[in-house]
Design a protein around this ligand. Structure first.
Ligand SMILES: O=C(O)CCC(=O)C(=O)O
Length: 265
């Protein structure tokens, strides 16, 4: 497809979108990115797995692992961060259409805070109910996350599920700087919104929006880029500081389990 034949940009009704995000704690925008860019992203995700297989170690702080719910096998799941090894992921993170969308939601420019590529292969476990905001000194209250699917995401392959409205209550667990899962009865399951997405779509949810995901019980992967941002006036550029703090926090957590030979590469 040539640039001339690309579909017209999806019209974004600014006041409506911002009002919806403020009210619900999340929004979905369909067709933000064209199929050729999403194909490039998909190809890069595959290439990263083979090109950087030497990085896939349980000692490497860049990598996250999850158990396979059928076999129990500890399985590579995530690169966090990813934009320093994935130029297409970086282009997506800084893409003008995405930054324009975020500026509508914030009413000011956004700054990239964190970036991870979750592969979620078949069989891999999901995530318990939680909010992303964590009570670390200066952690931005404007934190939000953009989901960019590289594969179709649905209930069977364990799409992320959000619970609208609860973000108005702010943090729902102790503000002690630790990660806490939320008890399941914190939310009304009837309000669950599965983020069923196609490549090109994006979903955006705030740091106080409870969310979770089921295991991937399909035979398909659910590769998805998770990009987090803060509003410019809420701390400016903090990505480097965030990863310094995040690595220190991970090292402490691993040391509690006598794992002290970790590194970042
Ligand atoms: O993979 C998912 O669906 C959710 C991931 C998530 O919530 C997280 O990384 O904090």
């Amino acid at each position: 497809m040539t640039a001339a034949t690309l579909p017209a940009p999806v019209p974004i009704a600014e006041p409506d979108l911002r009002a919806e995000y403020d009210r619900e704690g999340f929004v979905v925008v369909r067709g933000l990115f064209d199929s050729s860019l999403m194909l490039e992203a998909s190809t890069e995700a595959d290439r990263l797995l083979t090109r950087y297989d030497h990085l896939q170690s349980v000692k490497n702080l860049r990598c996250r692992w999850q158990n396979n719910v059928f076999t129990g096998e500890c399985t590579f799941e995530t690169f966090d961060p990813v934009i320093d090894i994935g130029p297409v992921c970086k282009r997506l993170a800084l893409h003008s259409r995405l930054l324009e969308l975020l500026a509508i939601l914030y009413g000011e420019p956004a700054r990239l805070f964190k970036d991870k590529l979750i592969y979620k292969p078949p069989g891999v476990k999901g995530y318990g109910l939680h909010q992303d905001w964590i009570a670390w000194d200066g952690f931005p209250r404007s934190f939000l996350t953009v989901l960019i699917p590289f594969d179709s995401a649905d209930r069977d392959n364990g799409c992320t599920v959000v619970y609208p409205g609860y973000h108005h209550s702010g943090p729902l667990t102790a503000q002690d700087g630790k990660y806490h899962e939320l008890p399941a009865d914190t939310v009304d399951e009837e309000k669950a919104v599965p983020l069923v997405l196609e490549p090109g779509d994006v979903a955006i949810f705030g740091g106080f929006t409870p969310h979770r995901s089921d295991p991937n019980v399909s035979d398909r992967w659910r590769r998805q880029l998770y990009l987090s941002y803060n509003a410019l006036s809420d701390g400016g550029d903090q990505r480097e500081k965030h990863y310094r703090e995040f690595h220190a926090w991970l090292r402490e957590k691993y040391a509690e389990h006598d794992k002290t030979d970790t590194y970042f590469a």
